[in-house]
Design a protein around this ligand. Sequence first.
Ligand SMILES: [Zn+2]
Length: 163
Amino acid sequence: MIVNHAYVNAMKAIEAAYGPVGEYGCIRCVRAASRWVVDNRAPATVSVDMRRFSGNPDDVWPMCTRCEHDYDLMDDAAGPVFRRVSTFAQRHWFADCFAVDAEGSVSLRDAYTTYLDHCAESQIPTSEIMTRHAFKAAMLRHGGIAARSRTGVLIRKIRLRTN
Ligand SMILES: [Zn+2]
């Protein structure tokens, strides 16, 4: 039997980040997820049975086999369609709203307002929205540096993506 070590290692990396796929619902329907599916917009390795896989936790989504099949047939540039909002939608808040920028800065107040707007647009359930305190901690994890200014807390080295 040929063991695809690259595939096995990739799946180990994904499970280390999220745990077993069976613990998630499919992002497109109400069935249970059974596969980690690589976002069509992200780079992936193709296995011998022509399945795309990736060990990058940021690039995969939990889907059921039927939705995976549908998604495989879609355009290469198509992101997944969310029919069910989950914590999986929320992990993109940083990339959607902010950019790491050595010269940049944003006030915590503006940053948090932007985040809340993003949550509203993405229909993130209230229970999954970070408090201001948790949000600040997350910004620091993403490389921001908190500084005091006359107008309140400033986050340096991160800027708003819009404008
Ligand atoms: Zn599904």
